[in-house]
Design a protein around this ligand. Structure first.
Ligand SMILES: [Ca+2]
Ligand SMILES: [Ca+2]
Length: 451
């Protein structure tokens, strides 16, 4: 089944939570258009339109159900299938179990609605290996493209690179259940490309992005710097980054880019429920004067072990007005002073609430905002297994359970457990429930189910 998304879904929660001003979107979206049409037509004409819409829906559903998938088992078959999809052939490409040594081949998708996923849905069963010869494994210049259920490793540069098409913006890309290992640069890159058109309103979820020791050596040799990171978006709007794990992005000799970073005139990004372990910079909106507008960072867990030489901030807002940083847990076992920073005078109106950290929350260079209901004195033993990155609370005794501020944008927690549990919202990414504590009564399978 093609799980491509439409523009309205991609805007998702942010649009509901932050009603936009008239003219704020370059693309007005279907809901606004429908409402304006509905209020100006008579009843008979409206029924006619509804009938036509139903007929169109049935037609599209029929076409979708009849769309054939192509199965591939070799690199040549895979490359040929993408080439054929770009010229109108089957748009769903199912990759059979195996390791595919690309050795310089790459997959450039220029047609809308193309899906490439493993046949059996297991991401470890299909490995597209760039062998550090292929520069980028997927280049996506089209809308509603889905990449899912596979492993991508050892691209020289960006394993997945999304950019606008030659003559228009793209939207609705879905990256789901993908494991990216040892990218030579950023694991997922989003930018305008050479055309100047942007890639917007996509989703990256349920994926694992990691840099291992061997990959770290390659990054340094390949770039002469720590030019790597997890997800890096420029000029990108309405992206949703959800339920991913990002680990290992650091170097001994230089500062890595962030685990998740949107900047260069990006806006309205939602970053939620991600686990970030051992990355020298966690989540960033903006950098220097290259900024980001609005957006929400909520319910993420960020853990860093000892200093690697350039270990830095957990969440950084730079030239990022009106960002909301809610209910994150950050535990840093290195010397950097701040868990959360907001920086530069153009950063105004930020709200930083309900975060649980063991480091300071600090304004730098005349940034302004509202900081409330945070706890910055966390200890390792407040968490189930801090050094493994498990920052779930162990109990109620630390002044953070039920003492947070109710916020309309925070209705669940890191585990998608509803908030509040008990008499109030908890501070941090985890809403505590008694069953998840260190109870010796329940076997592990029940603890997993209850978390
Ligand atoms: Ca509670
Ligand atoms: Ca929980």
């Amino acid at each position: 089944m093609n799980k491509a998304i439409n523009d309205q879904e991609a805007r998702g929660v942010l649009e509901q939570l932050q009603p936009h001003k008239p003219g704020e979107f370059t693309n007005p979206g279907s809901s606004g258009w429908f409402l304006s049409v509905k209020t100006t037509m008579n009843t008979g004409f409206a029924l006619c339109i509804i009938g036509m819409t139903l007929a169109l829906f049935i037609t599209l559903s029929w076409q979708n159900s009849c769309t054939a998938a192509v199965y591939v088992s070799t690199v040549n078959e895979l490359v040929n299938a993408v080439t054929a999809a770009n010229t109108g052939s089957d748009h769903t490409i199912l990759v059979n179990k195996g390791t595919y040594d690309l050795n310089g081949e790459y997959l450039r998708i220029t047609a809308d609605n193309v899906t490439v996923r493993s046949t059996n849905g297991a991401r470890s069963d299909v490995v597209l290996d760039g062998n550090y010869v292929t520069t980028e494994i997927f280049q996506i210049l089209a809308s509603n493209v889905t990449i899912a259920d596979m492993t991508l490793q050892k691209a020289q540069d960006h394993p997945i690179h999304m950019m606008g098409a030659d003559d228009h913006n793209i939207s609705g890309v879905l990256i789901e259940n993908v494991h990216i290992i040892d990218p030579g640069q950023q694991a997922v890159k989003i930018n305008a490309g050479g055309s100047g058109h942007s890639a917007d309103q996509g989703i990256i979820r349920d994926s694992l992005l990691e840099l291992t020791a061997a990959g770290r050596t390659f990054v340094w040799d390949h770039n002469g710097s720590c030019y790597t990171g997890g997800i890096d978006g420029h000029g990108a709007t309405y992206w949703r980054i959800q339920d991913n794990e990002v680990r290992g992005f650091w170097c001994n000799g230089d500062l890595s880019e962030h685990a998740i970073h949107f900047w260069s005139n990006s806006a309205d990004t939602l970053v939620e429920r991600n686990l970030i372990v051992d990355c020298d910079r966690g989540i960033g909106f903006g950098l220097g004067t290259s900024g980001h507008q609005r957006g929400i960072i909520r319910n993420n867990m960020i853990y860093h072990p000892e200093n690697h030489g350039y270990s830095d901030v957990g969440i950084g807002l730079e030239s990022a007005p009106n960002a909301k940083v809610y209910n994150n847990t950050i535990f840093l076992n290195h010397e950097y002073a701040n868990a959360i920073e907001y920086r530069w005078s153009v950063t105004t109106g930020v709200e930083i609430r309900n975060n649980l950290t063991n480091k300071d929350i600090t304004s730098r260079d005349e940034a302004s905002g509202t900081v409330s209901h945070n706890s910055i004195t966390a200890q390792a033993d407040w968490f189930l297994d801090a050094t493994a990155g498990d920052l779930h609370l162990t109990g109620t005794g630390h002044g953070v359970v039920d003492t947070g501020m109710a916020l309309p944008e925070v209705n669940d927690d890191f585990d998608q457990e509803s908030r509040p549990q008990g008499v109030g919202v908890d501070i941090g990414a985890d809403e505590y429930s008694a069953a998840q504590g260190s109870s010796p009564v329940l076997p592990p399978i029940f603890l997993l189910l209850l978390r």
